[in-house]
Design a protein around this ligand. Structure first.
Ligand SMILES: Cc1cc2nc3c(=O)[nH]c(=O)nc-3n(C[C@H](O)[C@H](O)[C@H](O)COP(=O)(O)OP(=O)(O)OC[C@H]3O[C@@H](n4cnc5c(N)ncnc54)[C@H](O)[C@@H]3O)c2cc1C
Length: 459
């Protein structure tokens, strides 16, 4: 890191804002680290407040210095991994500015963690449904930047559906509020939505307004295990076909189950090769009635069905589900997980094509994810220290992306484009749509200083 740059930034923001020494390393990677992604930065700063973010952006914009916004670093697409420039961590912007439970809304700093939002809402009987894993680390600003989803997105939608306003620092250091506490707003183009999923390439999110809902008093998971993928997918289709409004509709395939089987809270049949997780929620009588309907829809061909009525069972289930990614990684020391998303009716084909991609490159595969949304975490299990294997996994991922596009789906349903999928984007979008994307990037960031080289690469 250049001493002159550090001295300038210390003068601008105060020495407390500089991250230095061994701690810097933590800011050069995100959860994509397994793919060998590790960055380099000229400086790492953690501004103390919105005005400091503005001063920093103004300063960087005048001098042509690139900025890489950073939340909790849990992203899976290398979005927060710097390729030079200044890493701007939002970790010190962590106030809940206003929480008005009686109005079902919250205004907060971008650096507040997802888990804190969940807990704060819950304590007042309210619910913020977006639930990406790693909630203790990921921040609301990062969730907005990735438009994060999670299991409960099946019924409740993704982050964008729960954000009524975004406060951001844009080119030149100006502060803009896109939306606010108002629940409906169609004035002008929808820049609030544009920021959701912008991956730090249009500006730095410093705050947000969230809408909340009364928490469903009852939440009853219903699980079913099957002897084959085909039987499991038929059961998923029955849930759709019967019109059952499950809050989640998740799946794990045989490889994912084998990785996480030992810790499963409920005794998985030895021949289980596919697991479906649904959840009934609402008032207790409604949730119970739906749980029974889900039980009936899932039971055909199932080896076993569980209806988890005890709060402790549900807590253990979701804790186990949160650990699946780590259990899979534990199998071979590394993994490359993608997040393609296909129309629901193409799910089985997508599962097969994921396995075929792994087979073609000689890599063990598995997958799990948000079946109801057609969103697969197709995963190639690798030895992360073996460069040749990492390269083979990248090749397999390319096959997978092609398959997703062929099936009428997308190369990313949740994690974003970041660094790792930027070459694939033009192929999915086509020339005309890609040109519009480039023009949007240029309109917001004429000097290409917000997270350059990520998501939409300027020609
Ligand atoms: C175990 C595990 C499970 C996960 N499960 C899910 C899941 O179910 N669903 C899902 O959608 N994701 C999931 N993720 C991915 C990740 O948690 C989400 O994408 C999350 O929203 C990223 O938030 P973050 O604060 O960690 O962002 P970071 O990783 O720090 O950054 C991600 C991107 O957002 C940008 N960014 C961050 N903060 C800001 C800001 N304030 N302003 C502008 N840009 C910003 C960065 O530049 C980067 O491009 C999972 C990750 C892990 C490790």
């Amino acid at each position: 890191m250049g001493a002159a740059l550090l001295a300038d930034l210390a003068r601008l923001l105060g020495p407390d804002a500089l991250v230095q020494g061994p701690a810097v390393r933590e800011y050069l990677r995100d959860s994509t680290e397994m793919q060998g992604l590790f960055g380099a930065a000229d400086a790492v700063v953690a501004p103390a407040g919105v005005e400091q973010v503005q001063a920093l952006v103004r300063w960087c914009y005048e001098r042509g210095v690139a900025m890489v916004p950073r939340g909790g670093g849990t992203g899976f697409a290398g979005g927060a991994v710097p390729r030079g420039g200044v890493v701007v961590s939002l970790e010190r912007l962590r106030s809940i500015r206003t929480f008005e439970p009686e109005l079902w809304r919250m205004q907060l700093d971008a650096g507040v963690t997802t888990a804190r939002v969940h807990r704060t809402a819950r304590e007042s009987g309210l619910y913020f449904p977006p639930d990406p894993g790693a909630a203790e680390q990921s921040q609301i600003g990062g969730n907005i930047a990735c438009n994060a989803g999670g299991p409960h997105s099946f019924k409740y939608g993704v982050t964008r559906d729960w954000v009524t306003g975004v406060e951001a620092v844009v080119a030149g250091g100006e502060l803009v509020s896109l939306g606010g506490p108002t629940r409906k707003d169609v004035a002008g183009y929808d820049l609030r939505s544009l920021f959701c999923g912008s991956e730090g390439t249009l500006g730095i999110v410093t705050g947000a307004w969230l809408r909340l809902i009364p928490a469903p008093p009852a939440q009853v998971p219903v699980l079913a295990a099957y002897g084959s993928t085909a039987a499991g997918v038929r059961a998923l289709r029955r849930v759709y076909g019967h019109g059952l409004r499950s809050a989640v509709l998740e799946y794990l395939d045989a490889g994912a189950l084998d990785s996480a089987r030992a810790a499963f809270p409920g005794g998985l049949p030895a021949d289980a090769r596919f697991l479906v997780i649904a959840e009934a929620d609402g008032d207790p009588a409604g949730a119970e009635a739906l749980a029974e309907e889900l039980d009936e829809a899932l039971a055909g061909e199932a080896l076993r069905v569980w209806v988890m009525r005890e709060a402790a069972e549900r807590r253990d289930l979701w804790r186990w589900r949160g650990g699946v990614s780590f259990a899979v990684r534990g199998r071979r020391g590394g993994k490359m997980s993608e997040d393609i998303c296909v129309p629901f009716d193409r799910l089985e084909e997508a599962l097969e094509l994921g396995e075929a991609a792994g087979r073609a490159l000689g890599l063990p595969t598995c997958s799990w994810g948000h079946a109801g949304d057609g969103n697969l975490h197709a995963t190639f299990m690798i030895d992360a220290g073996d460069a040749a294997e990492v390269a083979r996994a990248e090749q397999a991922a390319r096959l997978l992306f092609e398959a997703a596009i062929e099936l009428g789906g997308t190369i990313t349903g949740e994690h974003g484009i970041g660094l790792v999928k930027r070459e694939q984007l033009p192929r999915q979008l086509g020339e005309a749509a890609m040109r519009l994307q480039v023009e949007i990037k240029r309109a917001f960031d004429p000097r290409n200083l917000f997270n350059p080289g990520k998501k939409v690469v300027l020609p």
